[in-house]
Design a protein around this ligand. Structure first.
Ligand SMILES: [Zn+2]
Ligand SMILES: [Zn+2]
Length: 358
């Protein structure tokens, strides 16, 4: 049983992402792996590389598809759903069209939230160790280490990109670099979800399911009308009825899928864990339980503290609280290379033999 409260940065269960201790006297160029090694040329490694290339190539296609589907459903709402429930009363002015205006503002806010956060999630680099470092070779190595000054010992180095690996960072084989506070690589945004775009990704997963629920409710009537073959002549809308029916079905499918993802990512955000860390933490919890002790995530500042961390608001952040409701560019707290710790973290002393287990 260990009384040691010191925590080592979390490693991952990816066997290809193993780490090696830093030897600062060796230049970055001499740390390159041998391309003729059996591991490098193994069938599994080649299949993985092909998979990464496919995911990378698929990115722009999926982004285009997402914009196409969003455009169809947005157009469907404004041209069919809204006039179906609240047709604009000509000559009655604003006071005679309050319901129309209310729904228009609410829907436009949701559209802004979806498109704004999606754009920011796609366009904002997740963050890597070389961000803000203009030097190269050993100087770059030292500069990166300098930005990770909270470490009391030398951090591990990534065996793939051969650079110091900050806490919570992980190598993305699609982006071919270590990503800060790596969560996962998302082909739908053709980008990693990491330190600098996590907020936008999370908010996209929030606005989209809310919009789907609203869309499904507003679309129920038009969907029934569109599906009713006997009402062929009673369809005054420009948009084809089959496209309207498709939009409604799509909203149900997307709402369920993205809603589930959204709930999961909110759980992770409010417990201060990335997807990878959650697996490690679950494992550590099990080990602690066996030892009769309680595991605590050292990045966890409680639900309210974690919420403030995600949005960089409140006493822990720098921005006013209302910015959490706006799809605008708000940088996260810190540079992503070191993180404040709650001081409650408990780390197991696995010993060298257990290194590969976490
Ligand atoms: Zn790396
Ligand atoms: Zn990536």
């Amino acid at each position: 049983m260990s009384e040691n409260i010191e925590f080592t940065p979390l490693a991952t269960s990816d066997p290809l992402d193993d780490e090696q201790p830093i030897t600062t006297s060796t230049s970055a160029t001499t740390r390159k792996p041998n391309p003729h090694s059996p591991k490098h040329n193994s069938l599994a490694a080649q299949i993985e590389r092909l998979g990464d290339m496919a995911i990378s190539g698929l990115g722009p296609v999926l982004i285009s598809l997402a914009f196409l589907l969003l455009s169809v459903t947005i157009f469907c709402f404004y041209s069919v759903f809204l006039p179906f429930h609240h047709p604009w009363n000509e000559g009655k002015g604003i006071s005679g069209n309050l319901a129309y205006i209310f729904h228009w503002i609410w829907a436009t806010y949701l559209v802004w939230g979806i498109l704004g956060n999606y754009y920011l999630a796609v366009r904002t680099p997740a963050g890597s160790v070389i961000d803000g470092v203009s030097s190269s070779g050993d100087a770059m190595f030292q500069d990166i280490l300098g930005e990770m000054q909270s470490y009391t010992a030398l951090p591990p180095t990534c065996k793939r990109c051969h650079l110091p690996k900050p806490e919570r960072a992980h190598h993305c084989s699609v982006c071919k670099k270590c990503v800060l506070r790596y969560d996962h690589h998302c082909p739908w945004i053709h980008n990693c979800v990491g330190h600098f775009n996590h907020r936008y990704f999370l908010m996209f997963l929030t606005y989209l399911p809310i919009a789907c629920v609203y869309f499904i409710i507003m679309g129920a009537g038009p969907f029934m009308l569109a599906a009713d073959a006997s009402s062929e002549s009673n369809w005054p809308y420009w948009m084809d009825r089959s496209l309207v029916a498709f939009s409604e079905v799509l909203a149900v499918a997307i709402g369920v899928a993205v809603g589930g993802m959204g709930i999961w990512h909110w759980y992770l955000a409010l417990t201060a864990q990335t997807t990878l860390e959650q697996y490690n933490n679950a494992y550590m919890k099990k080990i602690c339980k066996k030892r009769g002790e309680t595991f605590t995530n050292m990045y966890d500042f409680g639900i309210i503290g974690n919420f403030q961390d995600v949005f960089n608001i409140g006493p822990r952040g720098r921005y006013p609280w209302y910015t959490a409701l706006l799809p605008i560019r708000v940088p996260p707290i810190g540079n992503g290379k070191r993180y404040e710790r709650s001081g409650r973290g408990y780390v197991l002393d696995f010993g060298e033999d257990d290194e590969d287990m976490v």
